[in-house]
Design a protein around this ligand. Structure first.
Ligand SMILES: [Zn+2]
Length: 158
């Protein structure tokens, strides 16, 4: 900006040197000033447009962040409820047939059936999958409700 100011003043000085008539000089200086105002006006408008664009981008980013956050929560839940971490992959199982307690390793993924080492019966494992699916569904629905609140209002009226 200081460079711009310097160049602007240089031009004015140059005009002063070359225009000897005082009346002409005042007229030219006024018009130069008017022209520079036009450009400043235009710069202001451009700056405002850019600011609006930045604000819109920031809003979109916030929306996206919120969506990512809720997806991360769902993923966290999935990981906690379905998959076990490396340190916590052993589960204690009580056999419903003979009440024998044994440790099963799930580090290679979840199993839906394990065989009791004592009585050799197959034990079905319940991982609360329905509950988990409901959680995911309600999370996704609440996200949709936010976006389609008008549509849902209409439905309630009917
Ligand atoms: Zn058993």
């Amino acid at each position: 900006m200081t460079d711009l100011k310097k160049r602007f003043n240089n031009i004015l000085q140059d005009i002063e040197k070359n225009v000897t008539n005082k009346q002409d000089l005042d007229y030219i200086k006024t018009q130069v000033y008017n022209i520079s105002l036009l450009f400043l006006d235009e710069l202001d408008k451009l700056a405002e447009i850019n600011l609006n664009r930045l604000n819109t981008m920031a809003d979109r980013e916030k929306e996206l962040e919120a969506k990512i956050e809720s997806m991360e929560k769902i993923i966290d839940k999935l990981e906690k409820e379905v998959y076990s971490s490396d340190e916590d992959s052993d589960f204690e199982i009580v056999c419903p047939y003979c009440n024998a307690e044994f440790i099963e390793d799930f580090s290679n993924g979840i199993k839906y059936e394990v065989r009791c080492p004592e009585c050799d019966n197959l034990i079905e494992l319940d991982w609360n999958e329905e509950e988990l699916e409901d959680d995911i569904e309600s999370s996704l629905n609440s996200e949709e409700n936010k976006n389609n609140s008008e549509y849902n209002d209409d439905e309630e009226d009917m």
